[in-house]
Design a protein around this ligand. Structure first.
Ligand code: PMV
Length: 307
């Protein structure tokens, strides 16, 4: 058996983070940046960990990997990881890592690494990382397509995504702002508020889900202005839910000032993290932001690509 290499894409949520946890649809697409995994033949199935990780991170990764390995029959392979995404900022790095590992384990076991199989195995790892995630991250990563995703009512199962085709190139700039709080914490704090005032929060979640469905239709109609507007409105609702913060708001306004059709936080939000802006020409914005010392990059999520 020779060495194997696989890839798991990062993701960006254009519409519907958090409300997706409560069963509403979310619009999410894959980034060209992600996590690479490499596998070499070995006596036992194991994960080789970078020395830069903390003790807690190592323990968590080892546990998650063991769950996925068990599901695939523990093929004799030693897996190492090469993340090219900023970790823990809301870009689905844990899902990308899970999908890269899942694909590698499947291939090492002589099985086909279809998107569905990769998602099934990656789901084991995601549950270890996140507790009760909606599944939007690893599904988007495994499918590598723009999806209107909805979790299944049965939290134990992976949800489903409908592919959203874009007749126009769908290009975004992702910029990082401030220090991020862990997803688990942000999701748990929101859960407490919504349990206390369920009717009020339900109304906002429902509206966010509607924006995601309308956004998907706007993409299919090639109406990027309408998609951008839905993103701006969604940002307002995320702020209403207490999920935004000064660093995120500042970056949102910066991206809009640079010509974004729409801009909002993406992922869990909180004290800081990633902001996504929809652009017709993202390159100029990336140059300007980089000049200002902002960590950022552009990516195309869907639509026809330049040859
Ligand atoms: O910030 P991330 O990449 O962990 O994204 C989380 C997305 C949430 O909707 C906030 C949580 C979830 O499980 O979908």
């Amino acid at each position: 058996q020779s060495s194997l290499s696989t890839f798991g894409a990062g993701k960006v949520i254009l519409l519907g983070e958090h409300s997706v946890v409560y069963g509403h649809p979310a619009l999410a697409g894959p980034l060209s940046q992600g996590v690479k995994a490499r596998g070499v033949p070995s006596k036992k199935c194991q994960l080789s960990l970078p020395s830069t990780l903390s003790r807690g991170q190592r323990a968590l990764l080892t546990l998650a990997f063991a769950r996925a390995a068990k599901l695939v029959g523990e093929p004799p392979v030693k897996v190492s990881l090469d993340p090219e995404l900023p970790l823990s900022v809301g870009l689905g790095s844990s899902a990308a890592l899970s999908v890269a590992c899942a694909r590698l384990l499947l291939l090492a076991a002589g099985k086909e690494a279809t998107p569905r199989e990769a998602a099934r195995v990656a789901w084991e790892m995601e549950q270890e990382f996140h507790g009760t995630p909606s599944g939007v991250d690893h599904t988007t990563s495994a499918e590598e397509r723009l999806l209107l995703y909805r979790r299944t009512p049965n939290a134990a199962a992976v949800g489903r995504g409908r592919t959203v085709e874009s007749p126009r190139p769908l290009k975004v700039v992702v910029a990082l702002a401030g220090e991020r709080s862990p997803t688990k914490k942000t999701v748990a704090a929101l859960r407490e508020r919504q349990a206390r005032w369920p009717e009020r929060y339900r109304r906002l979640f429902t509206e966010m889900g509607r924006l995601a469905s309308e956004g998907a239709k706007a993409v299919e109609a090639g109406d990027l202005e309408a998609l951008g507007d839905a993103m701006n409105v969604n940002q307002g609702l995320l702020a209403a839910l207490g999920l935004s913060s000064p660093p995120l708001e500042e970056m949102v306004y910066r991206l809009r000032g640079l010509g974004a059709l729409g801009a909002k936080l993406t992922g869990a939000g909180g004290d800081g993290g990633a902001v996504v802006g929809l652009f017709l020409e993202p390159e100029a914005a990336v140059v300007q932001l980089t000049r200002l010392g902002v960590r950022c990059f552009s990516s195309q999520l869907a639509g026809p690509r330049a040859p």
